[in-house]
Design a protein around this ligand. Structure first.
Ligand code: PLP
Length: 389
């Protein structure tokens, strides 16, 4: 029998309710249930229909999302246009504008604060280059390397990188800390950071906050006020082609950052900035742009718009209800995350799931299962049967 559960909590542990939410998202409809295929929750009907016929047994959004049908069509159209010779560089600016503003809605910021890029590590490297000599960067022990390694490269000029467990992050912020850099959802464990407490601790210490939302945006509502910069690669939970990464950066923090990646696309007018010796850079966050990965942008525009237009609280409830049911069955403590992980040092559970036709993953000695909008109770049931739980 498929397991059908209701998700009672409206937010994940550690959140407080006092701070403002800067973006507009509709509240979770009371009594809404996990959808069955066909869409029990009307708020999810459109997004579910975009994955019609796809995703059964695919429990790996944390590795890479599946494309919604609108993204598949847009990518196919773009290939045809490219083949016809009509896909001029200028033509792709429309997709870039759509991506920038859709992500702005997802992050709850003004589009003028969003820069486009292609990898998390490259944006983090730009921020790392702006850390003052000798300053401290506080990281999470075991965090994804793209949000850690760029800082380590500056140790030669005295930048100090301190690694602490995720739960200890707020208490570890000190007067020495210039920047706290962390993933909102941990890739290896699925743990959700306490973004509000991290912000409060950073404010007390006068530190900046960089949040990597790659494993969060698309299922966890973002609160832009909790970070000075949010970086997000969109190929996982936002279901875009790989190669579209965004940086939402606070204006004040942006003034402290050197656009070390600046090229023609960072120019005030990119089409007048193609050659040296120099040209003025954009005054808004576009000065941190790198030139777009055109074909990826074509598919990313409808994918990001789909998520921007979907009630993210309903996605949260759907994904986490399924995930929490699995957490309970496998006996993990973690709750409130769309990513469920447990000790699987010999990869035996992962092998069981793979043998049952499930696409899951394993990281850092843990089995990892992710639930997203294309999944339903039948996927949960399939995992439980594969694990004989
Ligand atoms: C938290 C997190 N950030 C970023 C990435 C991707 O990094 P990059 O964009 O540098 O390839 C991943 C991929 O697994 C991730 O889990």
């Amino acid at each position: 029998m498929p397991v059908l559960v209701e998700y009672e909590r409206l937010s994940h542990p550690g959140r407080v309710n006092s701070a403002p939410t800067p973006h507009t998202v509709s509240p979770i409809a009371d009594g809404a249930t996990v959808r069955t295929r066909g869409g029990a929750n009307p708020a999810l009907a459109r997004i579910v229909s975009e994955f019609e016929g796809a995703g059964s047994g695919y429990l790996a959004a944390c590795t890479g999302g599946l494309p919604p049908s609108s993204a598949v069509l847009a990518a196919q159209d773009d290939l045809a246009l490219w083949r016809s010779g009509a896909a001029t560089p200028l033509h792709y600016d429309a997709a870039v504008t759509r991506v920038r503003s859709a992500f702005a809605r997802i992050a709850g910021v003004d589009p003028a604060r969003v820069a486009i890029g292609s990898q998390t590590s490259a944006f983090v490297a730009m921020i790392a280059a702006s850390v003052p000599d000798g300053a401290e960067v506080l990281c999470v022990d075991g965090d994804f390397s793209s949000v850690v390694f760029p800082f380590l490269q500056h140790e030669r000029r005295g930048v100090r990188v301190r690694h602490v467990p995720l739960a200890a992050l707020p208490d570890a912020v000190s007067d020495e800390t210039w920047l706290v850099a962390y993933s909102l959802v941990q890739s290896a464990t699925g743990e959700v950071a306490d973004a509000r407490s991290i912000r409060a601790a950073a404010d007390r210490a006068g530190a900046r906050v960089l949040c990597d939302a790659t494993q969060a945006a698309g299922w966890l509502p973002l609160e832009s006020w909790t970070a000075d910069a949010i970086v997000c690669h969109t190929y996982k939970w936002l279901c875009a082609p790989r190669g579209v990464c965004l940086l939402a950066v606070d204006e004040d923090f942006a003034r402290e950052l050197i656009p070390v990646q600046a090229g023609w696309y960072a120019g005030d007018d990119p089409w007048a900035s193609c050659y040296g010796p120099s040209a003025p850079l954009a005054t808004d966050a576009r000065r941190f742009d790198v030139s777009p990965a055109w074909q990826a942008m074509a598919g990313a525009a409808p994918a990001l718009e789909l998520f921007a237009e979907t009630d993210i609280h309903a996605v949260f409830k759907h994904d986490v209800t399924l995930a929490d049911a699995l957490s309970e069955a496998v006996g993990t403590d973690a709750r409130g995350s769309a990513i469920v992980t447990w000790h699987d040092p010999d990869r035996e559970d992962l092998a069981r799931m793979t043998a049952a036709g499930i696409v899951a993953s394993g990281r850092a000695g843990r089995a990892r299962v992710a639930f997203h909008v294309w999944n339903d109770e039948s996927d949960l049931d399939r995992v439980l049967r594969a694990l004989a739980r």
